[in-house]
Every structure is written in structure tokens, then in C-alpha cells.
Design a protein around this ligand. Structure first.
Ligand code: NAD
Length: 522
């Protein structure tokens, strides 16, 4: 049988072995269904995280180029809004099929630019694909309500597109997160501008090419590039009505505030510190395997990574056993067979993670497993940090207070279940949480008392599939989490409600005096 890696090599647009690409091509923008070269004077170098070889250069696009993207989206909007829902649905069916056909190619681009393993990159694509698949059910999801509110009078509700919407994406899920926007925004009749992360825009570019093939008209999906300057352009462009942001708190809080002040609708998913409470009555093997996988998979660069263990009672001595499992995980280039975790995104990210591990050591924690300085053979120049486990961590330590976003698991000890719940609830983030227990009653109590928005019961990464919504809370979202991504709330975010109240009566009305009171409609 052909391995996925061999299949991917057959379709990948670049060498599949992380070797230096002799002449890296510049990343282009996508405007009016065409790839266009930028006239930028500033370029951002993009390196393969496993080798630090140059892969491509990403333009910091000029204001004129970005304005052209908005002009194009504006021009496309009236006809796209007027396109029937069934016609838009047919395009989405085709888009879904094309993403599936190009699954390996998308994954290959992610492994090259982002570093995660090829198998994990396929998961990244799948999670986005599922949003597009679910969006195909729009014909029932978008139905309005109707009620006869008075004699001969009824009110109906409709959901209409907003116009031009924009997505500002993070580096860690290069396919999934653009696909939290593209399917939902377009099937509801909006046109959209996507700004992928400047660190890995390749998957978005493939998604754009596939959108053109699926039959999206020119201008419905445009891709622009750049970093903070591009973000500011999006925030201040009055024709952009809504912004979907996923990324760090630093950028996200700024984006939420500035976009809201400019009158835009914003959905913003931010950082996290996801805890797992481990109870002595849990299925130990299941728990330890699940925890090691969820802490170190994707090199810990998932907003739902399990980064913090709360060891309850006698489980306080379990860290070394998790370390045994973590040691069995293979760190290597993402295209290599059998790799469990790849590099982190950049040398700066690696240095930051290492300095957080250093700080834990200085502040008195115990390094049970030390990934500092580890390197797989054959990749001497990559951004490597091996799985690291820090035990005896306390709440005041820097490694607890900050989101590490690397393959580092910090472990705190508490005596009781109640202590675990209050420790977790005291944390300012509220993205995901998990509990490991064999007791239904304990699990039930945990799910009721815990504040984090996405709860796993013996499930380490409880990211809801797109028939539900992504429901982080507290500091893991901006704006109180009123506008969540995908699912029914995602559809609502990209649409404006309209209600129509109509009166149709047979025959002529009686009486000649106008009624000046507020109608009571009885
Ligand atoms: P980031 O905030 O650095 O970048 C995200 C986007 O914001 C990029 O497109 C970038 O160009 C832009 N940006 C960065 N700094 C900016 C600034 N100062 N001004 C304006 N724009 C700016 O985030 P990242 O490092 O790409 O992603 C990792 C972060 O994303 C982590 O904190 C992670 O928890 C979070 N994340 C959250 C979720 C979620 O659903 N809650 C999902 C994935 C990632």
C-alpha cells in the first residue's frame, strides 16, 4: 500500500523532504479568482521550522493592493447575495469534494510551512473540511420563523448576509481556521477577505485555488497578506462589516477593541491554559496516554492543548509515568514516518519556551522530563524542544501564569476534588478543561461546577465538531464570547436578522380616523 507520505509527495507543489528549495517562489495574493504578484517593498521570509530553510517570501501588501481586494469583494457582493441558496449549496458540495481530493496536498503545505506532522496536518484539514460539510446543510439551518401575530397579520424572520467580512488567522491551524470562515461566510451570501498567518499562508492559497475550481464567482473570496499593517487596514476599512480573529490575547484584545470601536461585529478566540483534573479513580492507562498525546501533540501548539495537570490526592506521583509515555513519542521532521511531534514554529518561539522552562527551574519546580537542547538526527537547524514535564508547580510560578504554547506539561498537586475545581476556576482562561474519573457522579459534578467553556470527560481535547460551536470563555475569548465560531452561532454571526410584519386583509378597511396609539395587535 502507498503511504500518505508517498501520496503527498506525488501531488505536493514542492519537494517533500525539507531540502532547500533552490528558488523559492514568492507567495501571491488572490484577487478576482486569480493569483497576483505583489508590488510590495517589504517581504516576510517564511522558513521551514524543521530546517529553517527559506520556503517562500510573503508580501506585506500595499494599501492599494488591499483596497483592490475590498473593491473586488464589494463588486461581487450584490450578485452573490442574489444567488439562490441552492446554487450556493451546489458550489459548497463541489468545494467539499475538491478539498477532499486535495487533502494530502493541503497537508503537505502545512507540514512544510508550519512543522506539524503530516498525519496531524491531515487532521487540521479534516477539521476544516467538516465545517464546509456541515455548511452544506444551510438550507435547514438558515430557516427563519413565522408567526401570525394578529388577525391578518404575520411576522417572519429572515437572515441576510452582512456584506464583506474578513478573517485574521493564526499560524497553528493553517487550514482549519480559514475554513471556520470561508464556508460559513460564503454560503450565507457574504463575500470575504482572508488574511492567513504570514507564517504559513500556503494552505489558504490552495483553498483559494480550489474555491475558484468549485465555482465561486470572482471576488467572493480574496486573499491578502501581511502582518500588523494588514490587520490595521482590515480594522479601519469601513466596507468590512465583520471580523473573525483567532490568535493570541495581545493581538486579539487590540483587534476586538479597535474593530468594535469602528462599529464592526467581531468574533475573537484567544489564548488558553487548559487544565486536566486527574482523579485517583480514573482509568489510569487511558488517562496517562490521553494526557501525553494532548500535551505534546502538535508540539503543544494547539489552543486546546492540555498544558496543565491538576493531580488530585494520590495521583500526585504520576508525573514520572507520564514522562515514560512522553519519552516514547518521536520528535522528528513532520514528513518522516512515525513522527509524533515536529518542531515549534520559530527560533523565537523555541527560545521563549526554553526560557519558561528555565524560569520554572529557578522558581523551584521539578523538571521531570527535560526537552531543552534535544534535536532529532538529520535536522540540526530546526526549532526543537522535546516533550517537557514540570512537576510541583505552584500557581504563582511564571510557567503556570503564562500560555507556553509548546510541548511542556506543568503539573500542580491538590488534595481534593474541590481544590481542583477552585484552582481551575481561579484561572483567567476558560478555553478547554478535562476530568479523568470513573465516577459518573464526580464527572457530573465537575461539568456543572467548572467554568471553562469546553469540557472533556475522559476526553483530553474536547473541540466540538461543527454541528456544535467552539465555546471557549473568560479570557480565551474577547467580548464575553457572544459570537462563537461555526455551528448555529457561526451562521448567526455572519448574518443580520430581518423581520417583516405584513397585513393582508380582504375587502376595504372600516372607519376613517387614524389610530395614533402604539398598536397592541390584539
Ligand atoms: P498571533 O496573535 O501572533 O497572530 C494571529 C494573527 O494576528 C496573525 O494573522 C498576525 O498577523 C496577527 N497579529 C499578530 N500580532 C499582531 C499585532 N500586534 N497587531 C495586529 N495583528 C497582529 O497568534 P499566533 O501566534 O499566530 O497563534 C497562536 C495563538 O493563537 C495562541 O495564543 C493560541 O492559543 C491562539 N489560538 C486560539 C484558538 C482558539 O480558538 N481559542 C485557536 C488557535 C490558536
Amino acid at each position: 500500500t502507498t503511504s500518505h507520505l508517498q501520496q503527498a509527495a506525488a501531488v505536493a507543489p514542492y519537494p517533500m523532504n525539507h531540502e532547500q528549495i533552490s528558488k523559492p517562489a514568492d507567495t501571491q495574493a488572490f484577487l478576482d479568482n486569480k493569483l497576483v504578484s505583489s508590488q510590495a517593498t517589504q517581504w516576510i521570509d517564511l522558513h521551514d521550522p524543521a530546517t529553517n530553510n527559506l520556503v517562500t517570501r510573503v508580501p506585506q501588501q500595499t494599501d492599494a493592493e488591499m483596497t483592490a481586494a475590498v473593491d473586488s469583494a464589494e463588486k461581487a457582493f450584490p450578485a452573490w447575495k442574489a444567488t439562490s441558496l441552492l446554487a450556493r449549496q451546489q458550489i459548497m458540495f463541489k468545494y467539499v469534494a475538491l478539498i477532499r481530493e486535495n487533502w494530502d496536498r493541503l497537508a503537505a503545505s502545512i507540514t512544510l510551512e508550519q512543522g506539524k506532522t503530516f498525519a496531524d496536518a491531515r487532521g487540521d484539514v479534516l477539521r476544516g473540511l467538516q465545517v464546509a460539510e456541515t455548511a452544506c446543510g444551510i438550507t435547514t439551518q438558515i430557516q427563519g420563523e413565522v408567526l401570525e401575530v394578529a388577525k391578518d397579520m404575520e411576522t417572519r424572520s429572515y437572515r441576510e448576509p452582512l456584506g464583506i467580512v474578513a478573517a485574521i488567522c493564526p499560524f497553528n491551524f493553517p487550514a482549519m481556521i480559514p475554513l471556520w470562515t470561508i464556508p460559513v461566510a460564503t454560503i450565507t451570501g457574504n463575500t470575504c477577505i482572508i488574511k492567513p498567518s504570514e507564517r504559513d499562508p500556503g494552505a489558504t492559497m490552495i483553498l483559494a485555488e480550489l474555491a475558484e475550481k468549485a465555482g465561486f464567482p470572482p471576488g467572493v473570496i480574496n486573499i491578502i497578506h501581511g502582518s500588523a499593517k494588514t490587520v490595521d487596514f482590515i480594522l479601519d476599512e469601513p466596507r468590512i462589516k465583520a471580523i473573525s480573529f483567532v490568535g493570541s490575547n495581545k493581538a486579539g484584545e487590540y483587534i476586538y477593541n479597535r474593530a468594535s470601536a469602528n462599529g464592526k461585529r467581531v468574533q475573537a478566540n484567544l489564548g488558553a491554559k487548559n487544565h486536566a483534573a486527574v482523579l485517583p479513580d480514573c482509568n489510569k492507562n487511558h488517562a496517562l496516554n490521553a494526557i501525553a498525546g494532548a500535551a505534546f501533540g502538535a508540539a503543544g501548539q494547539r489552543c486546546m492543548a492540555l498544558s496543565t495537570l491538576v493531580l488530585v490526592g494520590e495521583t500526585k506521583d504520576w508525573a514520572p509515568e507520564i514522562a515514560e509515555r512522553a519519552k516514547a513519542l518521536k520528535m522528528n521532521g513532520g514528513f518522516e514516518e512515525g513522527t509524533d511531534l515536529g518542531p515549534v514554529i520559530s527560533p523565537q518561539a523555541r527560545d521563549r519556551i526554553v526560557s519558561l522552562i528555565d524560569s520554572a527551574e529557578k522558581e523551584g519546580a521539578t523538571i521531570v522530563l527535560d526537552g531543552r537542547g534535544q534535536k532529532p538526527e538529520g535536522y540540526p537547524n530546526g526549532n526543537w524542544v522535546g516533550p517537557t514535564i514540570i512537576a510541583n508547580v505552584t500557581k504563582d510560578m511564571t510557567c503556570y501564569k503564562e500560555e507556553i504554547f509548546g510541548p511542556v506539561l506543568v503539573c500542580l498537586n491538590v488534595p481534593t476534588f474541590e481544590d481542583a475545581v477552585s484552582l481551575i476556576n481561579a484561572n483567567e482562561y476558560g478555553n478547554g478543561v478535562a476530568v479523568f474519573t470513573s465516577s459518573g457522579a464526580t464527572a457530573q459534578r465537575f461539568q456543572k461546577e467548572i467554568e471553562a467553556g469546553q469540557v472533556g470527560i475522559n476526553v483530553p481535547i474536547p473541540v466540538p465538531l461543527p454541528m456544535f460551536s467552539f465555546t471557549g470563555n473568560k479570557k480565551s475569548v474577547a467580548g464575553g464570547g457572544a459570537n462563537t465560531f461555526y455551528g448555529k452561532p457561526g451562521m448567526m454571526f455572519y448574518t443580520q436578522q430581518k423581520t417583516v410584519t405584513s397585513f393582508w386583509a380582504a375587502g376595504d378597511a372600516t372607519g376613517t380616523k387614524a389610530q395614533a396609539n402604539m398598536p397592541t395587535q390584539s
